[in-house]
Ligand binder design. Structure first.
Ligand code: AMP
Ligand code: GLY
Length: 429
C-alpha cells in the first residue's frame, strides 16, 4: 500500500517504523511517504515538503503520490480540517474531521459532549472573565486546575496550590483571542492513557499506557509534551479497558455520530483513576506522544490493517488485536532548557550504538540536518529511546542503556520512567 504520514514527531516516526516493520517482516509491501517528516523517518519513507496545516496542499500531495491511505498524526492539522480535505479527494484517511477533532481542540466542547453522553469527568466551569475564574477557583478550592480552552501543545494547563498563580494563568488565557478558561475540580489518583481506534461507530481499544508529563523525576517541575511512557500497566484494575470503552469511548463515539460529526481515528482517552472512580481528564483526537512509541512497539497485528479499517469504516470486521507479551518503556531525551526553551543545532551521536542493543530502537522528534549533513538537535523533545524487555525492569534497563549511548550536549531526561510501576508502588485507592 502507498501510505503518506503527516507530521514531524516521534509519534509519526513510531507509526512509520511500525509500517516499515511490516515490510521488513514480509507481511506487507508498503511504499512509505511522509511530510514534512524528520531525518529519522527519512530512513524508511520518502520525505516531501508540505505545510501540514494546509489541507488542499496535503490532499494534492496525496493525489500526486497515488496514496491509498493518509495518516494525520498531530492535532493542529486535524483541528484545521486536513483530514476533511483528504477525504474529500476520495482518499482513505486515518484521523478525524475538523468538527470531530474539536473533542481535543476545545476543552469546553469536550465537556459538553461528555455531559450529553453521560461520561464521567471532572466538574468544570467555563469562564470568560477574571471574576468568573476567581469564583470558580474558590468554589472548587485547592489544588486548582486551570486550562486554556484551546490547543496549547500540552502547556495550557496549570495545576497548583497557589491561588495567585492559578488566577494569573487564567488571566493569561483570557488575553488570547477568543480567550476562554476552563476551571476544574482536581482529580487525584494515577493517570492512564487509553487509545481507542474508531471508525465513526466501532471502538477498538489498544493497550493502556502511562505517560510522564512533568519535566523532572518524581513529577517535579513544569508540564511538558511528555517525558516518557510505558506499557503494560500491571497495577491497573483488570476490567479497566472494558469499563472505559463501555462508559466513555463508545458513548462519546455514539454522541458524535448522533450529532452528525462521526469520530474516526484515535480517540485518546486521558484518565484519572480517582478514589471516586474513573474520570476523563482530557480527550485528544490523535495518538499520544510518547505513549504511542511504547504502545505500537507491542502491537503484533499489522498497524496498516488497523488504520485502513478505521479509515474505511470496517473496524467491526477486524480480527481481535494481537499483542506482544513484552513490556515496553520509552524515555524521551530533551534538549537543554526544555520545556522553557530549547537549544538547537547541537550534534547528536550514539543512535546506532543504542540501536545495536537488543530490543532497543530510537525514534526522532526534534532532529535536523546541519549544512554538512550532520544530525543535530532541532527542538525540545529530541529523541525517544524505546525498549522492549521481558518485563518492566528488563525494558527499563535496556531503555536506559540506550539513553546512555546517546550524546547530545546539555540534554536531559527523567531517570524514573516506569520505576514506581516496576517497584509495585503505583496504587489505585
Ligand atoms: P490536559 O491538557 O487536560 O491533559 O492536562 C494536562 C495534565 O494536567 C494532565 O495530564 C494532568 O496531569 C493534569 N490535569 C489536568 N486536569 C486535571 C485535573 N482535573 N485534576 C488533576 N490534574 C489534572
Ligand atoms: N502524551 C500526551 C499527549 O500526547 O498529549
Amino acid at each position: 500500500m502507498k501510505i503518506l504520514a503527516i507530521g514531524t514527531g516521534a509519534r509519526e516516526h513510531a507509526i512509520v517504523h511500525s509500517l516499515d516493520r511490516e515490510n521488513v517482516t514480509g507481511v506487507a509491501v508498503h511504499e512509505l511517504h511522509a511530510a514534512p517528516g524528520n531525518p529519522g523517518i527519512a530512513a524508511a519513507a520518502t520525505l516531501h515538503e508540505v505545510d501540514p496545516l494546509d489541507g488542499a496542499a496535503v490532499a494534492a500531495l496525496a493525489e500526486r503520490l497515488g496514496a491509498e491511505l493518509v495518516v494525520v498524526g498531530p492535532e493542529a492539522p486535524l483541528v484545521a480540517g486536513v483530514a476533511d480535505s483528504v477525504r474529500a479527494a476520495g482518499i482513505p484517511v486515518f484521523g478525524p474531521s475538523g468538527e470531530a477533532a474539536r473533542l481535543e481542540g476545545s476543552k469546553s466542547f469536550a465537556k459538553e459532549v461528555m455531559a450529553a453522553a453521560g461520561v464521567p469527568t471532572a466538574m468544570a466551569h467555563v469562564c470568560t472573565d477574571a471574576t468568573e475564574v476567581a469564583a470558580a477557583l474558590d468554589a472548587f478550592g485547592a489544588p486548582y486546575v486551570v486550562k486554556d480552552d484551546g490547543l496549547a501543545a500540552g502547556k495550557g494547563v496549570v495545576v497548583t496550590d497557589d491561588r495567585e498563580a492559578a488566577l494569573a494563568h487564567g488571566e493569561a488565557c483570557l488575553a488570547n483571542e477568543n480567550g476562554r478558561v476552563v476551571v476544574e475540580e482536581y482529580l487525584d489518583g494515577p493517570e492512564v492513557s487509553l487509545f481507542c481506534v474508531c471508525d465513526g461507530a466501532t471502538v477498538v481499544p489498544l493497550v493502556p499506557a502511562q505517560d510522564f508529563k512533568r519535566v523532572g523525576n518524581d513529577d517535579e517541575g513544569p508540564n511538558t509534551g511528555g517525558m516518557g511512557a510505558y506499557t503494560p500497566l500491571d497495577w491497573a484494575p483488570s476490567g479497566l479497558v472494558d469499563e472505559v470503552v463501555a462508559r466513555i469511548a463508545q458513548p462519546t463515539v455514539d454522541e458524535m455520530a448522533r450529532r452528525g460529526t462521526p469520530f474516526s481515528g484515535v480517540l485518546y482517552v486521558g484518565l484519572a483513576l480517582t478514589s471516586r472512580g474513573t474520570r476523563v481528564v482530557e480527550f485528544n483526537a490523535r495518538f499520544g506522544d510518547p505513549e504511542t512509541q511504547s504502545v505500537l512497539a507491542r502491537l503484533a497485528t499489522p498497524l496498516s490493517e488497523v488504520m485502513l479499517a478505521a479509515a474505511r469504516g470496517t473496524l467491526a470486521e477486524l480480527e481481535p488485536l494481537r499483542w506482544r507479551p513484552e513490556a515496553s518503556v520509552t524515555v524521551v531525551v530533551a534538549s537543554e532548557g526544555y520545556p522553557a526553551s530549547a537549544r538547537s543545532g547541537d550534534p547528536i551521536t550514539g543512535i546506532e550504538d543504542a540501536e545495536s542493543l537488543a530490543g532497543v530502537h530510537v525514534l526522532h522528534a526534534g532532529t535536523g540536518l546541519s549544512e554538512t549533513g550532520e544530525l543535530v538537535s532541532a527542538g525540545g523533545r529530541v529523541l525517544s529511546v524505546v525498549a522492549l524487555g521481558r518485563d518492566l525492569a528488563d525494558a527499563r534497563r535496556r531503555a536506559y542503556e540506550g539513553v546512555a549511548k546517546i550524546d547530545l550536549k546539555g540534554s536531559h531526561h527523567r531517570t524514573d520512567i516506569a520505576l514506581k510501576a516496576e517497584r509495585g508502588e503505583v496504587a489505585v485507592s
